[in-house]
Design a protein around this ligand. Structure first.
Ligand code: DGJ
Length: 757
């Protein structure tokens, strides 16, 4: 709901309120963002104090307004030069480098929809938009701020458009899509950082005076710093307390700034990273920032995740697969790497089909000269030596097995050793006169050029027409040697953003032309896990690291901002190919099933016992996949060193128990408590029974296996589950087996199914 009363603007969602007002001098002031307040409440004008405090040696607005210090105000969009010395939302140069602007309120519109678009398009169905135009006091430079309110999801979408109506050029240096000024600094900042194979590790830090910046300069969202940030009160945890989540819907260089001013005000800004960025606005031209979503919760971090999950599924994702159950896949990458023949692939596929898997994914190496990672990228023509019957032939044989078929591509790249490079060396991103730097022996194609994206559309359209159901879209290097030869670019600073716009338009064309293909994005694992990519492909490869212990942290961080249905998780081999950690296939499954499940290991090397276990896992997953892919994810209270996750749908709740270490002789039971259990219901609790392998027990085999690990079947009221919790059966602790004793071991798991009776 959006309202304007006098000089006030109110944006309300089901559980949050956002308020602004126009100050006596025309500046757009931020008043409040937090829990819902009825706009007609008494005392709103007391939320912010008046302009009656002097800021020592600060710059005041003018002699008539000696108490107006822009630095002491909460503003909606700041520019430099008139006293606000905090970080600026917009830095735009005119007249040979002047940067002072003074935007004041000009006009507004309230729309029963969302009538502006940037790629990727976010739907405005059921939403309302407030558009406020600011104009510089002197120059015809306009800033259009947009706020789209999604009531049910408690999300407000923000963006800014800069319009130049001057006779001369305006050179953009920094453009933010969101600025949020908060009146106090008592927040902690959560960010999601890492590197290849350890993406989106959660970090939490107290704010202190000065600037904290989270950003990517890698050209892509990056595994180093995701664009998701959360501000949480120090006491906030998963299920209690205030927090605000913010995420740009963007796949390029991003920046999130949080500044605590000397006067204790807290400013948050999300922008295209100013690093190397520039954009020339000629007379009459506009620039639209990417969009940023934000959500407020008064009841902890899980609530924010649910808001973002629902918002992304309902309004960002376009694929017809969004709410469909996604197939269980087998991917040949870690099973064969580059060393495969059609025969080997078909053997793998037929074993996977017997285990109940539904989609065969042919990964890297099927095309051109690609015998290893030094060559072939760019040549999207099947290698007949490896696949004599071509993609159509292989696809037909896989379909005969009752499976769907799809393959991997890396369209944004080119190898020097490729036919594409021989024909079009000018399409590679490189600075004339400099030798470009490689990453994984490969180079970027300049997607800022429309002839390159047109070519890719044609070439990919022809391979995507070869009877396929799925595409994995990979990108395995970061940007370097920044240079665009696009005739549209006004300056070289436009390279990064034009590249991303080129990528979006290519993905938009392809996903529109092939609506039945299920797309999955990937970038060296999770180097480009962001909301914008989810607009084109409803799932993404979460990380190359599939070790279950690492994965607990990677999935935890990813789920803070992205829906379960977007996390592609694979059960891979033990020892793990990234860190050589050994683990049980049952535990690997229990963690991987929180999201979209796949297998990526050489099934032909497994024993019949292991294959039977996998078959049971796949059957279990299919029975519960609607909940595991689309349910509401929550953290439960940890107990006795174990982490508990739950996922709940209308039909059921699944609970994962994960322990990093098996402690000896603790002498106690671990508790399972479910604070959100329905107090008026009674639950039946069963456990997914794990197969105990001989190597789990070593010399204790077979004595132990025959006297322990009874099946579990309990009846418990919701009131007990949510208040006291229940004691779980004992863990193996070195002495004494009873029939209910459980084998969990290090990195051990159990998975429970709860149904209301
Ligand atoms: C990186 C991806 O993350 C892997 O899953 C695999 O597809 C390789 N690229 C193939 O080159």
């Amino acid at each position: 709901m959006i309202e304007k009363k006098d000089n006030w603007f109110f944006i309300s969602t089901e559980n949050s309120s956002y308020m602004m007002r126009v100050s006596p001098l025309g500046h757009l002031e931020h008043v409040f963002y937090g829990g819902y307040i009825v706009p007609s409440s008494y005392g709103l004008d007391l939320i912010r104090g008046g302009e009656d405090v002097r800021l020592g040696d600060g710059t005041y607005y003018d002699e008539e307004h000696q108490y107006t210090f822009l630095s002491g105000m909460l503003l909606e969009y700041s520019t430099p030069g008139k006293g606000d010395t905090r970080e600026s939302a917009l830095i735009a140069e005119y007249d040979g480098g002047l940067i002072t602007l003074d935007p004041v309120y000009d006009s507004y519109r309230i729309l029963e929809c969302k009538d502006y678009d940037v790629l990727p398009r976010v739907s405005g169905e059921g939403a309302e938009t407030l558009e406020i135009t600011l104009r510089d006091k002197v120059l015809p430079v306009f800033i259009i701020l947009r706020y789209t309110a999604y009531e049910a999801e408690d999300v407000i979408l923000r963006s800014a458009e800069i319009r130049n109506s001057m006779e001369s050029e305006l050179n953009l240096r920094t453009v933010s899509s969101l600025m949020l000024d908060l009146p106090d600094p008592e927040w902690e900042l959560l960010s999601y950082d890492g590197a290849w194979a350890r993406e989106r590790m959660e970090h939490r830090r107290k704010l202190s005076p000065g600037l904290t910046a989270i950003d990517s300069k890698l050209g892509f969202t990056s595994s180093e710093h995701n664009s998701l940030i959360i501000l949480a009160r120090p006491e906030t945890d998963d299920s209690h307390g205030e927090a605000i989540a913010i995420n740009q819907i963007y796949s390029g260089n991003h920046q999130e700034r949080v500044e605590v001013s000397p006067f204790g005000l807290c400013r948050v800004l999300t922008s295209i990273n100013p690093f190397g960025f520039g954009w020339v606005l000629r007379t009459g031209e506009s620039f639209r920032s990417p969009e940023t979503m934000m959500s407020y919760s008064a009841s902890g971090l899980d609530r924010l995740s649910t808001s973002f999950h629902r918002f992304i599924e309902n309004h960002v994702e376009k694929s017809r697969y969004v709410f469909r159950d996604r197939p269980v896949l087998i991917n040949n990458w870690e099973a064969t790497y580059f060393d495969f023949t059609e025969k080997k692939l078909l053997e793998l596929a037929s074993t996977a089909a017997e285990a109940g898997m539904e989609l065969f994914v042919l990964d890297d190496g099927w095309y051109g000269r690609r015998s290893d990672d030094t060559r072939g990228l760019g040549d999207w023509i099947v290698n007949r030596e490896k696949l004599p019957s071509g993609l159509e032939g292989l696809s037909g044989k896989i379909h005969e097995l009752g499976m769907r078929f799809g393959f991997w591509v890396e369209p944004e790249m080119v190898s020097e050793d490729s036919a594409l490079y021989e024909t079009h060396p000018e399409w590679m991103v490189r600075i004339p006169g400099r030798r470009p730097s490689p990453g994984r022996h490969q180079y970027l194609l300049d997607l800022s050029r429309s002839d390159v994206t047109d070519y890719l559309f044609q070439t990919l359209s022809s391979v995507f027409s070869s009877g396929i159901d799925y595409v994995k879209w990979d990108a395995n290097r970061n940007m370097s040697d920044y240079f665009t030869s696009s005739p549209d670019a006004g300056c070289q600073g436009e390279f990064f953003h034009r590249y991303i716009l080129g990528l979006y338009s290519l993905l938009d064309r392809l996903t529109t032309a092939f609506p039945d293909i299920l797309f999955e994005f990937c970038a060296s694992g999770g180097n480009r896990f962001d909301t914008a990519m989810l607009a084109f492909s409803p799932q993404g490869w979460t990380s190359d690291d599939t070790d279950l212990h690492e994965r607990m942290m990677i999935q935890h961080g990813t789920l803070r901002g992205y829906p379960l249905s977007s996390l592609s998780n694979h059960v891979t081999a033990s020892p793990n190919h990234q860190n050589l950690r050994k683990s049980s296939i049952e535990d690997r499954f229990n963690v991987a099933c929180f999201g979209v499940l796949g297998y990526e290991l050489n099934l032909l090397n497994l024993s019949s016992e292991e294959l039977a276990v996998i078959k049971d896992q796949v059957a279990f997953y299919k029975e519960h996949r609607h909940t595991l892919q689309h349910g509401t994810f929550r953290h439960l209270p940890s107990s006795d060193g174990a982490v508990f996750w739950s996922v709940e749908s209308d039909e059921e709740m699944l609970v994962l128990e994960y322990q990093e270490r098996n402690e000896v002789n603790t002498g106690r039971h671990r508790m399972l408590r479910i604070p959100h259990a329905d107090p008026d219901s009674v639950y039946r609790i069963t456990r997914r029974e794990k197969h105990i392998f001989r190597e789990d027990l070593g010399d204790l085999w077979p004595a132990y296996s025959s006297v322990a690990h009874d099946t579990l079947d309990l009846t418990v009221s919701g009131a007990v589950l949510r208040t006291s919790g229940i004691a779980l059966p004992p863990l193996f602790m070195g002495r004494g087996f009873v029939p209910s004793t459980r084998v969990l071991g290090d990195n051990g798991t159990d998975l429970y199914v709860l149904r209301k009776i």
